[in-house]
Design a protein around this ligand. Structure first.
Ligand SMILES: *Cc1c(COP(=O)(O)O)cnc(C)c1O
Length: 395
């Protein structure tokens, strides 16, 4: 069996997204800034895509800015709020410990520039407490950035409450919704976001293209100097084919979101139940307030990296954390933040289902994982110590 269960890292492009893209590579390749017909047709396609995307997340087309993806959108949003803050003498930012590196590294850069950063903890369930946000906001807070849904453990944050709190206090609220858009309902009015990041390749669009919603009245900071594209806020010839394709992917995801979400939730819970039967294992993140596609487990006494390499041999593509931390020996900052100790955090497995998953695949994954975990424990010195009582089981 061949099962791709790493959809939080990236997704397969949908047929609709590929088909939408091709004309803009082949015949409609004009530059939207050109005044001739070919250019103007590209411009029209770009603006139609903007309107389609705006409709899905409930904003106006002028509030959508195209970017190169989730990382750029996060950088753009944070730098926009920070520069406004700097001008107003407000140099405090509130965020949390389980953000994506695109957010955390940008905040680290700002810290070096003199900003004060408060990173809120999360509960053992991987959820930020909205009342912690309320307590952390100060008169000099220029930004609160809390992700919509976590990319490793899938937990969905109380963004509507956080958005309402920020609005009341007059603090800009940004949310990294890269894992949410196209998968669960996202409405920028309902969640009270002033800025929201999304990335096409996480919802069956192409890589290297995304968008940032910026509420009317906030002018995005120019990170890239040059021409006056994107209303003077982001220079560079637009990725017309990518943008058109992203809009097609998003429209399709939105049209099937409800049924896909319901079906995936059943499959997710079947997978959670099956993996829970493996001794000394534990689900990471809240069992209910999580994305329909996300399953993340820790298995005591093994290395997540070996687990996923052996699963790959059995045809299952999984991950041990985020794609960005794989290859490094540090355990996931998200798992540490929910209280997993280093040893346990190292034995993690993330399975993120695609819309094409079915029961047979789920059962195959459960069987394969149980087999590989037991095989690895067979020659794990840590497992031997645990069984001999030289070390205490944690899970
Ligand atoms: C993937 C991801 C990003 C980065 O998006 P890119 O388009 O790959 O730059 C940012 N935040 C979250 C939560 C993600 O899952």
């Amino acid at each position: 069996m061949n099962i791709y269960a790493d959809n939080a890292a990236t997704t397969r492009m949908s047929r609709a997204a590929i088909d939408a893209m091709l004309p803009y590579l082949e015949t409609e390749y004009g530059n939207p800034s050109s005044l001739h017909g070919v250019g103007q047709r590209a411009k029209e396609a770009l603006e139609a895509a903007r309107a389609d995307i705006a409709a899905v997340i409930n904003c106006t087309p002028k509030e959508i800015f195209f970017t190169s993806g989730g990382s750029e959108s996060d950088n753009q949003a944070i730098m926009t709020a920070a520069e406004r803050g700097r001008r107003a003498g407000k140099m405090h930012i509130v965020s949390d410990k389980i953000e994506h590196h695109a957010v955390l590294e940008t905040l680290k850069k700002l810290k070096k520039q003199g900003f004060e950063i408060t990173l809120l903890p999360v509960g053992q369930n991987g959820i930020v407490d909205a009342s912690d946000v309320e307590k952390a906001l100060r008169d000099d807070t220029c930004l609160c950035t809390v992700m919509y849904a976590n990319n490793e453990i899938g937990t969905v944050q109380p963004v509507e409450r956080i958005g309402a709190i920020c609005r009341e206090r007059g603090v800009i609220f940004h949310t990294d919704a890269v894992q949410a858009v196209g998968h669960i309902p996202v409405d920028v009015q309902a969640c009270g976001a002033d800025m929201l990041s999304a990335s096409a390749h996480k919802f069956h669009g192409p890589k290297g293209v995304g968008f940032l919603y910026v509420k009317r009245g906030i002018k995005p900071e120019r990170l890239i100097e040059g021409g006056s594209q994107e209303r003077g806020c982001r220079a560079g010839t637009e990725n017309v084919a990518g943008v058109v394709s992203m809009a097609a992917a998003l429209k399709e995801s939105a049209a099937h979101m409800k049924e896909n979400g319901e079906r995936l939730t059943v499959l997710r819970d079947r997978l959670i139940k099956g993996l829970s039967a493996i001794p000394h294992s534990a689900l990471n993140g809240d069992a209910v307030k999580r994305l329909p596609s996300n399953v993340n487990f820790c298995f005591e006494g093994i290395e997540g990296e070996s687990l996923l390499l052996l699963l790959d041999d059995k045809g299952v593509c999984a991950s041990s954390g985020s794609a960005c931390t794989s290859g490094s020996l540090d355990p996931s900052h998200v798992l540490l933040a929910i209280g997993r100790v280093h040893d346990v955090a190292h034995g993690s497995l993330r399975l993120t289902l695609g819309e094409d998953a079915d029961e047979a695949q789920i059962d195959y994954i459960i069987g394969a994982t149980a087999e590989v975990v037991s095989y690895l424990r067979g020659f794990s010195p840590v497992w031997r110590d645990l069984c001999a009582g030289k070390k205490q089981f944690i899970l």
